[in-house]
Structure formats: C-alpha cells, structure tokens
Write a new protein. Structure first.
Length: 159
C-alpha cells in the first residue's frame, strides 16, 4: 500500500514537473528555430519554391520522406516533418487578420510536450503585417521569425 502511494505521488510530481518545464523549453526551441531560419533563409526560399512548383497551384500536403532530393528532404525535416501548401484559406474559422491564411506553406512538427509547431512561409503577392502574439500562458504563440516567415505554436489537438 505504501509503495503504491509513493508511486502515485512520484508519478503526479513527475507529470507536474514535466508540464511546468514545457514553457521554457518551448521558448528555447522557438529561439533556436528563429536563429536557424535567419541563418538559412536562402535555402528555405529554395525549398519553398520547389514545393510551390510541385503543388502546381493546388493545395497539397507533403510528408518529408516523399521528396526524392536528399538536400530538400534535410531542409524540410529541419523545419517540420509535414508540409502543406495552401493557395486558398483552408479553415473558415482562421483569423486572417491575425495570422496568414492563404498563399502559405506550413511546415508542421508535433510533439506531445511541446505541442504543434508550425513554420509559416507567406508567399502572397501582397504581404500584410500581422500582430505579434507571445502568449505562452494559454499555449498559443505567434511570432515573426524573418521576413514573410512566422512561427506559430499551439497545443496538440485532442483526438
């Protein structure tokens, strides 16, 4: 009985510590990703142009392993393992005055502790300016990483 009680207390404290440690880890990962994006901006533009050519003016989803070029696959896996090209607004409930909705390439990575991280490349002809939200308290953030490149972080959607 005593062992079960200690196991439950240990498990609860471990879960509490893990949930509290996620916010600094998210901030660190976002900062590290911003540095990577700024250092490798030409390769991100090249990758985005290649994905646009492959999409051929249609909304398209790419897993990183489907690309034949090893160089493109490495660049894509550094940004996210799943990539989507959207020419039109994908979801009607997206706040298009706050985040880019159409004419975007979204590199997506999902983690249980860190949530969903999306690197958004806006390739629209008339780029808009978006407000910068850094709200880590409710597990949502949106920030500009480079010209026309944004990082959005949100919780893992419930299944």
């Amino acid at each position: 009985m005593k062992r079960i009680l200690l196991s439950c207390i240990g498990l609860c404290s471990l879960l509490f510590f893990a949930s509290c440690a996620c916010v600094p880890l998210r901030k660190y990962n976002d900062k590290r990703l911003t540095r990577y994006i700024n250092r490798n901006l030409p390769s991100i533009h090249t990758l985005s142009d290649s994905l646009l050519v492959l999409a051929n003016n249609n909304n398209y989803d790419y897993p990183h392993y489907t690309l034949k070029s090893q160089q493109l696959r490495n660049a894509m896996s550094a940004l996210g393992l799943e990539t989507s090209v959207y020419y039109k607004q994908q979801y009607p409930y997206d706040p298009c005055n706050e985040v880019p909705c159409d004419s975007v390439i979204i590199f997506k990575q999902m983690s249980i502790l860190l949530g969903v991280r999306e690197v958004i490349y806006d390739f629209s002809m008339n780029p808009k300016s978006y407000p910068e939200y850094l709200q880590y308290g409710n597990f949502y953030s949106f920030k500009k990483a480079a010209p026309n490149v944004y990082i959005r972080r949100r919780p893992v959607p419930m299944m």
